[in-house]
Design a protein around this ligand. Structure first.
Ligand SMILES: [Zn+2]
Length: 282
């Protein structure tokens, strides 16, 4: 396995060689930053936890150098911050028993530049090595530029693979914007009732971000609970936690499908739902 940046790093919690660790992957998630995986891909992580036949691999694309810092980390240099965030991601991989964890170490500016092909090439190589059935990444209506850029690079990488090697499913997940606004028929749901303790632990290891004054751990667990309770207005809660995703699979089945038009169609169905209800009740 050869990455474009020699500073890219990998961590295999059970010590298998990288190729073998990647080859067992069934579920793979690609995020912009350290901690995004644990916020957005808990459904896939839990599906694989303590299952000898299912393995989760995490890929983080950026380097963590520009991370906000406060508390015990406030005087850390960019280099020290990068090192802390890598270590936190390794901790998450250990707690979640991931098949493999990769950090590609790109500066955000490189990922956001659509002309730079290196991230796409690295992602394509990882997909070929891992051949996951499911791929999860950021949703295309997220409000963080680096998140959306990563989702676009993932789609480009998967579209570049021969059709038979593309995953069965591609999901766009919640971080910087939830997906509660989508109509019910558009919502892919991940039941996060089980292992609340593990979910909290996975979020909690990212101390440098939480100590910075942002309670991503509480906010993420709260969002999952809110999603579950507000999913259906009738009847009691069947799940104690839910995460939503936009099913992006059509974008990799048909590589010519316009990405912006695909997302716009989701927004249009939401707009129709709101307008329809107002018209009906007026
Ligand atoms: Zn992020």
């Amino acid at each position: 396995m050869h990455f474009h940046l020699p500073t890219a790093e990998t961590f295999i919690p059970d010590g298998l060689p990288l190729e073998a660790a990647l080859a067992r992957t069934t579920h793979l998630a690609v995020s912009a930053h350290q901690d995004d995986l644990e916020i957005m891909a808990a459904g896939a992580i839990l599906e694989c936890f303590q299952r000898p036949d299912r393995w989760f691999t995490g890929i983080v694309v950026t380097d963590g150098r520009g991370s906000p810092r406060d508390g015990p980390y406030q005087d850390y240099s960019d280099e020290a911050m990068r090192s802390v965030r890598f270590k936190e991601q390794w901790k998450a991989a250990f707690v979640g028993e991931y098949a493999a964890q990769v950090i590609l170490d790109y500066p955000s500016a490189v990922v956001k530049d659509g002309q730079r092909r290196e991230p796409v090439a690295d992602l394509a190589d990882l997909m070929k090595a891992a051949q996951p059935g499911w791929v999860l990444t950021h949703n295309l209506a997220d409000k963080h530029d680096t998140h959306v850029a990563v989702a676009l690079r993932v789609i480009a990488a998967l579209r570049g693979l021969p059709e038979a090697e593309r995953p069965e499913k591609l999901f766009g997940c919640e971080v910087w914007r939830d997906l509660d606004w989508m109509i019910e028929a558009d919502k892919a749901t991940f039941d996060l009732t089980a292992h609340e303790n593990l979910q909290s632990a996975l979020l909690g290891v990212h101390d440098s971000q939480i100590s910075g004054g942002k309670r991503y751990d509480l906010a993420t667990m709260g969002r999952r609970r809110a999603n579950a309770t507000y999913f259906e207005s009738h009847g009691v809660d069947t799940a104690k936690g839910l995460a939503y995703a936009m099913d992006l699979t059509p974008l990799i089945r048909d590589a010519t499908l316009d990405i912006a038009a695909f997302v716009q169609a989701h927004i249009d169905r939401f707009a129709q739902d709101v307008r329809g209800r107002l018209a009906r009740l007026g």
